[in-house]
Ligand binder design. Structure first.
Ligand SMILES: [Zn+2]
Ligand SMILES: [Zn+2]
Length: 313
């Protein structure tokens, strides 16, 4: 053994015999840090490549609570996990979802969020809360992908650890308290949206943080009441000025289904959120600056931002 090697071994031995520091939990586990709002997709049915389908996540206590499943939801969650270091948005951990309504722009990502995380080793089925019709929709998805599910379970893929996790466990609601755990309390809010019988918004209360999400809604008094000074109101919106360029038959539809900047200024003025976040923006050629200007000109004086995908509040 040469001298160099002997010296190295002596050093290794000394290191092995040195007292080992016991890992200390330097951050107290409990203090309630409230919730963060992660915007996964701000889109609408319009195929805007910069705006994924409507989906947001409330992240609290290391768990992500998804609202809506627009197209692209799993990849946007992965992008948010990577960009912001939010492990709760890793694909394999997406296992709680709340649906506002069953319009395709809010649900085309459903098979993605049900099946992709299963393939990526999500241990348990996803729990889905939504209006009546949600269970029927997820049942059709399971039936549509039955051959995929069969092949994955009977072929060479190692699925022993989570053979049932392709399933969706659905609870339907028309309003009221729908979910509660150690992190959050989630209340479904009946709203108005065209001819949908039970469209919903949601209020999340998490460690002193309150977040209200409109889903798709025309002006709805229930959202004013549900917010009532909440920390964040996430509300859909369309440009009042650009609306006037739309054909009359579409104006009729939009006025019955969605909320203009002028209407939102009035709603938010009474709801008094700490921060108003615009999402599901219908621009029709307007810009974010136009939306914010229209809201200001309509008299709203509170804090307001127009969200982009992957924003965090
Ligand atoms: Zn929509
Ligand atoms: Zn809708």
């Amino acid at each position: 053994m040469n001298r160099c090697l002997r010296t190295l071994m002596a050093l290794l031995l000394a290191a092995a015999l040195a007292p080992v520091a016991v890992a200390q939990q330097t951050v107290p586990p409990a203090p309630d840090q409230g919730a963060r709002l992660v915007i996964l997709g701000t889109g609408t049915p319009n195929a805007d490549p910069a705006r994924s389908g409507p989906a947001v996540a409330v992240v609290a206590g290391g768990q992500a609570y998804l609202v809506d499943a627009g197209p692209g939801i799993v990849r946007r969650a992965a992008a948010a996990a990577a960009t912001h270091g939010i492990d709760a948005l890793d694909a394999s951990r997406l296992d709680i979802l709340f649906l506002t309504h069953l319009h395709s722009d809010h649900t085309v990502g459903l098979p993605d969020v049900i099946l992709s995380p299963w393939v990526l080793d999500r241990p348990d089925p996803i729990r889905i809360f939504g209006p009546p019709g949600t269970a029927e929709m997820t049942g059709h998805i399971e039936a549509a992908w039955q051959e995929d599910i069969h092949i994955r379970l009977s072929g060479l893929e190692p699925r022993e650890a989570n053979p049932e996790a392709y399933r969706a466990v659905v609870s339907e609601t028309t309003g009221g308290l729908v979910y509660e755990d150690g992190n959050v309390r989630v209340t479904a809010i009946p709203v108005l949206h065209g001819s949908w019988p039970h469209p919903l918004g949601y209020r999340f209360d998490a460690g002193g943080t309150s977040i209200v999400i409109s889903g798709d809604a025309r002006p709805s008094e229930s959202l004013v009441e549900a917010c009532g000074g909440c920390d964040i109101l996430v509300h859909e919106v369309y440009s009042t000025e650009a609306f006037l360029t739309r054909p009359p038959e579409w104006q009729r539809y939009h006025a019955d289904s969605h909320t203009s900047t002028a209407e939102l200024a009035e709603i938010a003025g009474r709801a008094r959120p700490g921060l108003l976040v615009l999402y599901h923006q219908l621009y029709w050629g307007a810009t974010d600056e136009d939306l914010l200007r229209e809201i200001r000109e309509a008299g709203y004086t509170g804090r307001v931002v127009s969200a982009a995908d992957l924003d965090v509040y």
